[in-house]
Write a protein that binds this ligand. Structure first.
Ligand code: ARG
Length: 286
């Protein structure tokens, strides 16, 4: 029998933190996409980033900017700054030394903008890479672990914020963050890339998402799950034809905003943004 309740648009995703790419480059290799010998076209990166911000705004999103910092080329990937829950901000603990210097700037930005900055307690070697590995769906926070965030961080996060956290193990290093494998679309739907999860993780998502848009591996490799949803608008780094047809059939307006220069560092549109309006555990209040 059909569910009498139709899909409800996401209540979050209307305001984003971004960081201009003035110091962006592929200066080290910490994921399988990064190769120091592949040159980043800095002018093109700049244009693509500004076009992305224009597209986000045209889709109805507000943006806030943080200052880029010399020597921190991946600061542009604000999704990894931490996790926002209303006025609370849990600052990330990066896996790789190369990104650890970012946390101080992220914490400072949030403190200066009126957030309470929280840290995951527990052993100092536990890693957590923010919204890149944690996306709300309904009342739950779906969280990825293994490559960048640790399983243990999830229970600490659940305790710290008093929210239900569902853990999914990431098994393919090309999809090293959850946001390369999962994109909430509305109250019932999400783009999903089960190739990147272990068997148990696939079951968790099957139970969580009533109407998944299941990607083929080649579609997932286009980074199309790394998209930003603003109501019925979706801003995507790429959109394979079948995926576009399904999204449009569901009533979404698709905007492709190429960010090829940033994909050389392993990130797409979602990675370049951090939603500032997530309120965890109560995203679809009944
Ligand atoms: N070069 C960055 C890293 O490897 C890319 C981060 C992409 N961010 C994301 N949320 N998937 O850490």
């Amino acid at each position: 029998m059909a569910d009498p309740v139709g899909p409800v648009p996401l209540p979050w995703g209307h305001e984003y933190l971004v960081c201009p790419p003035s110091h962006f480059g592929v200066l080290y290799e910490i994921n399988p996409w990064m190769h120091k010998e592949i040159r980043v076209d800095v002018d093109l990166a700049d244009r693509q980033w500004h076009d992305m911000v224009t597209n986000l705004k045209a889709a109805g999103a507000g943006t806030r900017e943080m200052e880029p910092v010399a020597g921190l080329p991946d600061l542009v990937f604000t999704a990894n700054a931490g996790l926002v829950d209303g006025r609370r901000f849990v600052v990330s603990r990066f896996r790789h030394q190369e990104r650890r210097g970012e946390a101080k700037h992220d914490a400072e930005w949030f403190a200066a903008n009126g957030s309470e900055v929280l840290e995951i307690r527990g052993e100092p070697d536990i890693c957590f890479e923010g919204a890149g590995d944690a996306l709300p769906f309904g009342r739950s926070l779906l969280s990825g672990y293994r490559f960048r965030s640790d399983f243990k961080a999830h229970s600490l996060l659940a305790e710290l914020l008093s929210i239900p956290v569902l853990s999914v193990e990431l098994v393919d290093a090309r999809f090293y963050h959850l946001d390369l494998t999962f994109c909430p679309l509305d109250s019932r739907r999400a783009i999903v890339n089960p190739h990147a999860w272990d068997r148990y993780g696939r079951t968790v998502v099957e139970r969580l998402v009533p109407e998944p848009l299941v990607l083929e591996l080649d579609e997932a490799l286009s980074f199309c799950a790394n998209s930003v949803v603003i109501g019925s608008n979706i801003v995507m780094p790429a959109c394979p034809p079948r995926v576009g047809r399904i999204l449009e059939g569901w009533g979404f307006d698709v905007c492709v905003s190429p960010v090829t220069e940033f994909m050389k560092a392993g990130g797409g549109v979602r990675c370049l943004t951090l939603a500032l309006d997530t309120r965890l555990g109560r995203n679809f209040a009944s």
